[in-house]
Design a protein around this ligand. Structure first.
Ligand code: SAM
Length: 242
């Protein structure tokens, strides 16, 4: 591509993603705030506004990391139940410590595994979320298909992910910010420029809004829609298992 990035082949990707998140787990929450200037919080709240959590619901929060999405869900619906699912045990461990501090541990489970092969029965969950996770999955379509399988009929999928800015001038400015600022910032805060170089490249390579919408439809989801956040820097995709 014109950025000259190496394409990561499939067999390398999972191991590399795992390495990135093992390295950054303890700094993950701080880095998130620093890189996005705190804006990821607004996006996650917008996700909750659209999702409208309800008591009694069972949430599966895939690539849930340190639990940000599950915590927000339980704040809005304290009698819901959330399963945080992630392939990186150290992310889950950091999240579990946070949950105990916030007195939410009773409403949470923490499960380690791969989004492409969920260890859950068909028709189990009311809600499936994946926030800044699907981009890292080796074959995203397989994760979408698994989401459909484990959701109950009437259940809902919601994806929060970086996307592409439809306005080319804005996309150019944003590329300059991400490629020139983020890896050096990762070096300073986490002493790990390479992980953050991978992250910005993976953002640029992820399918745009309409392409990803079609992937959700191909997975069987109905009434699929998206909403751009911050001009399309990020995007929410929603779909229903009817
Ligand atoms: N959802 C949290 C948030 O929004 O702050 C954490 C997102 S973090 C950027 C991405 C997470 O995806 C990492 O914790 C990583 O371990 C996890 N991940 C990547 N590939 C995965 C896969 N195939 N299955 C499960 N988790 C995966």
């Amino acid at each position: 591509t014109h950025f000259g990035f190496k394409t990561v082949d499939e067999s390398e990707k999972a191991g590399m993603v795992h390495g990135v998140f093992s390295n950054v787990a303890s700094k993950y929450d701080v880095m998130n705030d620093a890189m996005s200037l705190g804006i990821h919080r607004l996006w996650k709240n917008a996700m909750m506004d659209w999702l409208a959590p309800r008591n009694g619901q069972k949430l599966l929060d895939v690539a849930g990391g340190t639990g940000d999405i599950s915590f927000r869900f339980l704040k809005r619906a304290p009698n819901a139940h959330a399963t945080v699912f992630d392939m990186t045990q150290s992310m889950l461990d950091a999240g579990r410590t946070r949950a105990e501090a916030a007195d939410m541990a009773n409403h949470l489970d923490w499960v380690c595994g791969d989004a492409m092969d969920l260890p859950f029965d068909d028709n189990t969950f009311d809600v499936y979320t994946i926030s800044f996770g699907i981009r890292n999955v080796t074959r995203p379509q397989e994760a979408i298909n698994e989401a459909y399988r484990v959701l109950k009929p009437g259940g809902r999928l919601m994806v929060l992910e970086f996307s592409q800015i439809p306005n080319p001038a804005m996309q150019w400015a944003y590329d300059r910010y991400s490629f020139n600022i983020i890896p050096p910032m990762g070096k300073i805060i986490a002493n790990d420029a390479d992980s953050y170089q991978y992250l910005v490249e993976s953002i640029r390579q992820f399918p745009d809004q309409d392409t990803f919408l079609q992937m959700i439809r191909d997975g069987g989801f109905e009434n699929a829609k998206y909403r751009n956040l911050s001009l399309g820097i990020a995007c929410l995709h929603s779909g229903w298992k009817i």
